[in-house]
Design a binder for this molecule. Structure first.
Ligand code: ATP
Ligand code: MG
Length: 392
């Protein structure tokens, strides 16, 4: 019965020019999300409201699911649209709506009319009373409750008249594209896809970099990261995934540096390379899935040693989360099952038996001087041989 949806979005802090940018970005993201749904849809703005009109047959659940992945949406209201053709016509439409949605359920309701079209002959109060009366007549098992109604029936009189009462929660956040771009270090683990999701939720567009170390990491491990990027892209929109061949750098560090420092030094090179691509593509920050104390490379000292090589802000949205809390989000966003597939990622191959847990930055810097001979050349090759994959 529904052919249109009213989109509710948070309006705090989006006044003036910002509001315009927010709404345009939101409409763009809605269109993008609906592209994967069968059917033709028209997304439009009317007097500070965003509507989605279905112009062909569509699957209701699929549309709701797609809209629930669009950041910036606070609520999705399936609605019935009618025209301003007199009160009788409006009454008939409302009664039909109530019958189809609530049937003979015993419930309380309240009519909440809003008259944005000032030429309409009835005031909001009059619409509330008159429609309320008609509903009571038609459904004797329903009652009015103006304070805590089970059903708040909205009737908005605008260019058209819109009737809705259900609000399906959206993901909240801000539309992607309203807050710049950042580079996600995406591994095949549980944490980094969640980190990417969380930053995208704040309106940040995302690109990603993955450090691949063939033959130590398999083609399947790489495919897993592409699959994860695809899953994150359902929320964030398309991701440019940079696959960097990291093997030679890793082997060189392994050859020249103390093994217990390997992970830290490797992570410092990952950050340097990620920052290179971030700068090249206009990103304003890096994103990682690090969480304090989760592993040896994520102690406060290790994080400081890794951060030492970055000039950009590094966003670590899961920094204060327990593993289970991160797992819960990854299940909710649908990345968990892919993340736990058992393919090695490049960090796990070279881990030392007793990695330093409290690295001293000066010692790490000194160890890195052992790499002077060849590292620039290896970095250059890694940057030049990057494979960039457009993940939608
Ligand atoms: P994740 O579950 O995200 O893999 P993790 O718990 O395995 O994290 P680490 O392996 O120490 O932790 O990695 C910390 C962060 O460094 C990751 O969240 C990710 O952002 C980044 N990272 C690690 N390995 C890679 C890689 N091979 N390619 C890109 N980024 C990586
Ligand atoms: Mg990992």
């Amino acid at each position: 019965m529904f052919k249109a949806f009213l989109i509710k979005y948070g309006e705090i802090g989006i006044k003036g020019k910002n509001r315009h940018l927010f709404e345009d970005a939101l409409m763009k993201q809605i269109r993008h999300a609906l592209r994967s749904v069968e059917g033709k849809f028209y997304v439009r703005k009317e007097q500070g409201r965003i509507f989605v009109d279905a112009e062909s047959f569509f699957d209701y659940d699929e549309v709701i699911e797609a809209l629930q992945r669009v950041f910036g949406i606070v609520g999705i209201c399936p609605m019935v649209q009618t025209e301003d053709e007199g009160f009788e016509r409006l009454t008939a439409t409302v009664l039909d709506y109530m019958k189809k949605v609530y049937g003979d359920k015993e419930l309380t309701f309240k009519v909440d009319a809003r008259r944005a079209k000032k030429s309409y002959p009835l005031t909001s109060m009059e619409i509330n009373c008159d429609l309320g009366e008609k509903i009571l007549e038609a459904f004797p098992h329903m009652r009015v409750d103006v304070h805590h109604p089970d059903v708040l029936l909205s009737v908005e009189v605008r260019e058209h008249i819109y009737i809705y009462s259900q609000i399906i929660p959206g993901p909240g956040g801000m539309p992607v594209g309203t807050n710049g771009k950042a580079m996600l270090l995406l591994s095949g683990g549980i944490d980094s896809p969640v980190a990417g999701y969380m930053i995208a939720k704040r309106g940040v567009k995302i690109d990603a970099v993955y450090f691949h170390a063939p033959p130590y990491t398999s083609e399947q491990a790489k495919q897993k990261v592409i699959d994860l990027a695809h899953l994150v892209a359902r929320y964030s929109g398309p991701i440019n995934l940079h696959v960097v061949n990291f093997t030679d750098i890793q082997l060189y560090i392994y050859e020249k540096c103390p093994h217990e420092e390997l992970t830290i030094i490797m992570r410092r090179y990952m950050m340097r390379i990620a920052e290179h691509f971030a700068k090249e593509t206009g990103c304003l920050g890096l994103i990682t899935g690090e969480s304090i104390g989760q592993v040896a490379s994520q102690t406060m000292q290790s994080l400081a040693a890794t951060n030492d090589v970055c000039t950009m802000p590094v966003f670590r949205p899961v920094i204060g989360f327990d593993k289970q809390e991160i797992v819960d989000i990854s299940e909710k966003i649908g990345t968990y099952e892919t993340s736990i597939q058992p393919f090695e990622d490049c960090c796990t191959i070279f881990v030392a038996k007793h990695p330093v847990t409290k690295p001293n930055i000066n010692i790490i810097r000194r160890s890195e001087t052992h790499l002077e001979e060849k590292i620039d050349e290896l970095m250059k090759t890694a940057l030049e041989t990057v494979e960039t994959i457009w993940v939608v």
